[in-house]
Design a protein around this ligand. Structure first.
Ligand code: SAH
Length: 364
């Protein structure tokens, strides 16, 4: 059964929801390995065995949203809130540039006020100018108006990540307050596309109550909106959130289960969407030390090493057990590079590593 689905995928045929759900439901090692090998072969053929780095700058944990799963949600008063100085953000982006990462990602909690919007605009413009437009700039700053997305694009950003989190409306409503709306997120994704960004989205994997069919529909949603990049990762409880209180910290066995499902989700996404960029989320590493490299081995081709100043890292915890909290950026570069070479891949140093899917889409 699994073999015949994989053969179909290899032959380039479309998979049904049932077939995708069957791949996600695999529960033995041999079949799982066959799935990973198939995804890796498709990755190699479509985008090569190159891992692209994006230096991740977590520039502020101030957030107006109150998502029930997220450690930096507005109502978590245990969080020590910070906002980096503009100079600090630029400095970290330049560090990533000097370290030959090719791209950076600026991420933060969500703010929609003009002060914040214009601060980001200035920072993006400075980074773009200082690197002669060479450093790729991805933003991951939540829901904004189309005008804001356009201002940031004009300043020099060219990719944007905004996860849909889940495409099941009931599940979406269970994990968010009522005024956090999925249709707004979907509109934002359309706005981003109209502004000319390479657009990325994704979901959390293994949410309480989420089924394999839900995840299969998530993948088909990504396909239906013709997405350029995917960033998705396992849901991991944070103890100071409403959802974290319901499910206590993962046991070792639960970590393994969550990791395997996360990896299967990456593999199936590669098989179905083929030439897109897929990030191996840091959350994979929170479940197992080599989680991100395992992500590369089953279809991901992007990794986001943290370049945030070590002092800030403990304050930006979306989930428990965030890795590399006590490391600095050079340590992250060294240890990740070694591990990636160890699995036989090259690193796309000094390359922006744009989504081939985006290039093909725009060329059409
Ligand atoms: N505020 C921005 C970016 C920061 S949050 C935005 O909303 O886009 C980035 C991502 O972290 C979210 O999209 C969510 O998918 C993920 N995340 C938050 N809490 C998490 C948790 N407990 N486990 C796993 N991922 C989580």
């Amino acid at each position: 059964m699994i073999d015949s689905i994989l053969n179909k995928a290899r032959a380039g045929e479309e998979l049904s929801v049932e077939e995708i759900a069957a791949l996600l439901s695999i529960d033995n090692e041999a079949e799982q390995q066959a799935l990973f090998d198939c995804a890796y072969a498709i990755k190699e053929e479509q985008v090569g065995k190159v891992a692209y780095f994006r230096g991740l700058i977590e520039c502020s944990n101030i957030c107006m949203k109150d998502c029930y799963y997220c450690g930096i949600r507005r109502s978590n008063d245990k969080v020590d809130r910070f906002l980096m100085e503009e100079d600090e953000i630029v400095k970290e982006a330049l560090w990533a540039y000097e370290a030959e990462y090719g791209s950076c990602v600026i991420q933060s909690g969500e703010r929609q006020d003009e002060n914040y919007i214009s601060m980001i605009e200035r920072v993006v413009r400075r980074i773009s100018e200082r690197t002669g437009g060479e450093l790729g700039i991805t933003l991951s700053l939540g829901e904004q108006t189309e005008e804001t997305y356009r201002r940031w694009k004009d300043a020099g950003a060219h990719r944007y990540l905004l996860r849909i989190e889940t495409t099941n409306p009931e599940l979406y409503a269970r994990i968010h307050p009522e005024d956090h709306r999925m249709d707004v997120r979907k509109e934002c994704l359309k706005s981003l596309r109209r502004c000319g960004y390479q657009v990325g989205t994704g979901v959390m994997i293994g949410l309480p109550g989420q089924t394999m069919e839900d995840l299969a529909h998530d993948i088909l949603f990504l396909q239906s909106i013709d997405i350029d990049m995917v960033g998705m990762g396992p849901y991991i409880p944070h103890s100071d959130t409403p959802m974290g209180l319901e499910v206590p910290t993962y046991s070792e066995a639960q970590k393994k289960t969550a990791l395997n499902l996360g990896l299967r989700m990456i593999a199936v996404t590669r098989i179905v969407l083929k030439d897109i960029n897929i990030a191996a989320a840091t959350a994979l590493q929170a479940l197992e030390y080599t989680g991100r490299e395992q992500g590369l081995k089953c279809g991901a081709n992007v990794i986001m090493p943290n370049v945030t100043e070590t002092d800030y890292r403990p304050k930006y915890q979306l989930y428990d057990n965030k890795p590399c909290l006590d490391e600095n950026s050079s340590m992250c570069r060294g240890c990740l590079s070694g591990r990636i070479k160890g699995i036989g891949e090259t690193i796309g140093f000094n390359k922006r590593g744009d989504s081939l899917h985006f290039r093909n889409r725009v060329a059409e």
